[in-house]
Ligand binder design. Structure first.
Ligand SMILES: *Cc1c(COP(=O)(O)O)cnc(C)c1O
Length: 473
């Protein structure tokens, strides 16, 4: 492909992209394919001779697109969204074009300094106090791993980095029983051992019980363990429960335990002054993560990771082989020392485009709109005798189940709701996912798609009721 061809095909693709955004609602949100069906259509061997763009683009349209789940569709209301927006997509095109590897200041001064300023814009926009300072990581899982590694080095005075875990010492980590699975994964990777992860019970709102946390820490101390870190969640993945940060923070301060706050999804709502109560007590936290790639219209990947003690973060990760040394090292940020990978994409550009294009008020307006759509549907579910709300709805994720009055057998209800969800998925008209709360099969509906409007929510609710009725008639 030469530059003329590139220009021609790029224009073709942009036309396709704009069409896609316009038409995505008409695609079946979940593809109708069986496992292995796409693989079967792909040649076993890589082509020896180069192929034309036309051939690739045809296959993209006819082989790949029919096998995609359309996260961009406003009918996608499962998991948490990975939402995006026009400015974000445009910036990603530029990032790919520049192809810069932004591991240090020297390898692209503008990328480093833009990242520094974007993290400051965001920090102020969500009301995170100084001296929190941020860096973009790939995911919340990686950010939380960084936090646990910082906690590990802090409690061992950097001994693990040098000689490995001390023998005969057990370090314990705490999170709630509703915490995201990435915490357990990170505890394994960081070398603490999952048996040393204490899952603290939750209250009837699925938020961590601070008293139970304190008891667990005390018990571990009595048994000679060393409590290393607590992970509190703002907006759990199951039901967006909000752990009481202030009380948890006070306990962490009292026992001198590292506190990480996982606000992967709900952090975006901190843009709204009326939601800042969720972050009350944040000054006790050592680190904090939220993903603009979930609910802030910035396409995957973009995870904003903040720490209070920049020196602790850098000392945990810094490595200085000769070939990486540069004359400016003392005066600039080298983000390779702020996380796990050496190589880094230029991710600040899409944040810059998104924040400037929407403006903080534009972002806030969309988020408020999502929360208000969710509030209206919550009321409808509450008023319907055949449906039951399964958890409080502080944001825009509703946990509910179909519960006709005459069925009270829990096992039957679980089966009924599993069937309901399966049929919703099969319809291709709506994509929802589930969780279990107190062992009860719970359907989740999340209102965070960039282009979500009332008619999508109305259609979803209509479809849910229609399929539910057909299951019992
Ligand atoms: C989605 C989510 C994660 C994981 O996020 P990734 O960026 O995909 O690693 C972690 N914690 C919570 C609360 C989440 O909602």
């Amino acid at each position: 492909m030469d530059n003329n061809k590139f220009r021609e095909h790029a224009h073709q693709l942009v036309d396709w992209m704009a069409d896609y955004f316009e038409e995505v609602e008409d695609y079946p949100v979940k593809p109708d394919v069986q496992p292995g069906e796409i693989l079967k259509q792909l040649p076993d061997e890589a082509p020896v001779q180069g192929e034309s763009f036309e051939a690739m683009f045809q296959d993209f349209k006819h082989t790949i697109i029919p096998g995609m789940t359309h996260w961009e569709s406003p009918n996608f209301m499962g998991y948490f969204p990975a939402n995006k927006s026009y400015p974000s997509v445009l910036a990603e095109m530029l990032t790919a074009t520049l192809g810069a590897q932004c591991m240090s200041w020297l390898t692209s001064p503008a990328a480093t300094e833009l990242e520094e300023q974007m993290m400051e814009w965001l920090r102020k926009a969500i009301g995170l106090p100084e001296p929190f300072t941020g860096v973009i990581q790939s995911t919340a899982s990686t950010s939380t791993l960084c936090a646990l590694l910082m906690a590990r080095e802090q409690i061992t005075d950097f001994e693990v980095n040098e000689t490995g875990f001390p023998k005969d010492e057990t370090f314990t980590i705490y999170c709630s029983s509703e915490t995201h699975s990435s915490i357990e994964k990170d505890v394994k990777i960081a070398g603490f051992g999952r048996q040393n992860l204490r899952k603290i019970p939750v209250n009837n709102k699925y938020a961590m019980k601070p008293k139970a946390l304190e008891e667990a820490i005390r018990e571990d101390l009595e048994n000679g363990c060393k409590p290393a870190a607590v992970v509190a969640t703002i907006g759990t993945t199951g039901s967006t429960a909000i752990d009481p940060l202030k009380e948890i923070g006070q306990i962490c301060s009292r026992y001198d335990v590292f506190l990480h706050v996982d606000a992967a999804y709900a952090g975006t709502a901190l843009l709204l002054p009326e939601m800042r109560w969720m972050n009350e007590g944040i000054e006790h936290a050592d680190s904090f993560v939220f993903n603009p790639h979930k609910w802030m219209f910035t396409n995957f990947d973009c995870s904003a990771f903040y720490v209070q003690d920049e020196a602790l973060l850098v000392r945990t990760f810094e490595i200085m082989p000769e070939y990486l040394k540069t004359p400016e090292d003392q005066r600039v940020k080298n983000y390779r020392d702020w996380g796990i990978p050496l190589g880094r994409r230029f991710r600040a550009l899409k944040l810059w485009f998104v924040i400037r294009s929407f403006g903080l008020d534009g972002l806030r307006k969309k988020i408020r709109h999502h929360i208000s759509l969710s509030k209206s549907l919550t009321e409808e579910i509450e008023q319907n005798d055949d449906f039951e709300l399964m958890a409080p709805v502080p944001l825009n994720a509703i946990c509910f189940r179909f519960h006709p009055l005459y069925i009270d057998d829990e096992k039957k209800l679980n089966e009924l709701n599993e069937k309901l969800l399966n049929q919703i998925q099969e319809s291709g008209k709506l994509f929802l996912t589930h969780t279990k709360l107190d062992g009860k099969y719970t359907i989740r509906i999340v209102m965070g798609n960039t282009n979500l409007e009332k008619q999508h929510v109305d259609n979803a609710w209509k479809l849910i009721r229609k399929i539910a009725e057909s299951l019992i008639s």
